[in-house]
Design a protein around this ligand. Structure first.
Ligand code: HEC
Length: 117
């Protein structure tokens, strides 16, 4: 169902490119609504991925100064998604590494009440 929606929105994007002024500057993102991100299984999956892939640089076990401690209360979900997918300075981009669902899962974990490093 998600894949269908994505294919559909990609089709719309191509259709819309004929009229570039209608395209917002915002990147294409999946559903990051509070409702979508509150799924418990998604959060648990995001936690696993985060512990495997991200704590090397972020978190207690990373050596100090390697990357900032994440402060989810200061972010919104779109910001977190963009940093993970597209990277920023020394933060690597993960969009070619993870399927979109995995990036969404990490956003869900980082924005969840249970987030900790
Ligand atoms: C190779 C080290 C490294 C790894 C691995 C890494 N990050 Fe980062 N990350 C950074 C650095 C460095 C920054 C700060 C970039 C800047 O603002 O200059 C950063 C910034 C971020 C930010 C924005 C924080 C802010 O306050 O601006 C988020 C969110 C983030 N990382 C999430 C993740 C997630 C999720 C993963 C795992 C998929 C991950 N990072 C893996 C190094 C890393």
């Amino acid at each position: 169902m998600l894949r269908f929606a994505l294919a559909l929105s990609a089709g719309l994007l191509i259709a819309a490119s004929a009229a570039p002024t209608l395209l917002a500057e915002e990147p294409e993102r999946p559903d990051l609504s509070a409702e979508a991100l509150s799924d418990r299984d998604l959060i648990a999956h995001g936690q696993e991925l985060f512990q495997d892939q991200c704590t090397l640089c972020h978190g207690r076990t990373a050596y100090p100064g390697k990357a900032p401690m994440l402060q989810p209360r200061r972010y919104d979900a779109e910001f977190v998604y963009d940093r993970i997918a597209f990277g920023f300075r020394d933060m690597p981009a993960w969009e070619d590494m993870f399927p979109e669902e995995d990036i969404v899962a990490m956003v869900a974990f980082i924005m969840s009440d249970g987030f900790s490093h």
